[in-house]
Ligand binder design. Structure first.
Ligand code: GDP
Length: 138
């Protein structure tokens, strides 16, 4: 699983019509989409996905935001996927993101930052399994 990562195109980028452009950047950077779906998380589901942040002051805002509208979830495959995808998306706060990164181009704020990218191989596998059965992972 070390060549796979998990991403979501978050509700802000979805509502702003950036899904196609972001998927294009993902493909152009050499990632192969091996699972993908558009869905709308309930507050319960969003809360469970971000349970690791439960004690953080922004948890409530994050759950509200992530359950506000549809998202696109996907599993991506590429050599060194986790690290390379974090480089492609840029820093959590778009103000600190490098030029040309997805967050620099499409995020609006620290909270509403357009895309998610797994931070480790272990979390990539857990997060992919959160959204996709084994039969849906190609
Ligand atoms: P990531 O790994 O770059 O996504 O960043 P983190 O794991 O630190 O945070 C998870 C997500 O929580 C971020 O992508 C943001 O959407 C959100 N987030 C992080 N910090 C803040 C904050 O200070 N305020 C709000 N509202 N949301 C935040």
């Amino acid at each position: 699983m070390s060549n796979r990562t998990f991403t979501m195109i978050k509700p802000d980028a979805t509502a702003n019509g950036h899904t196609g452009a972001i998927l294009q950047m993902i493909n152009a950077a050499g990632f192969r989409i091996v699972a993908m779906k558009m869905t709308h998380l309930s507050a319960d589901k969003a809360g469970a996905f971000y349970a690791v942040h439960k004690e953080r002051p922004f948890y409530g805002e994050l759950v509200e935001f992530m359950s506000r509208g549809p998202i696109t979830a996907a599993i991506l495959e590429k050599e060194n996927a986790v690290e390379d995808f974090r480089k492609l998306i840029g820093a959590t706060n778009p103000a600190n993101a490098d030029a040309g990164t997805i967050r620099k181009l499409y995020a609006t704020s620290l909270g509403e930052n357009a895309v998610h990218g797994s931070d480790s191989n272990e979390n990539a596998a857990i997060e992919g399994d959160f959204f996709f059965s084994k039969l849906e992972q190609f």
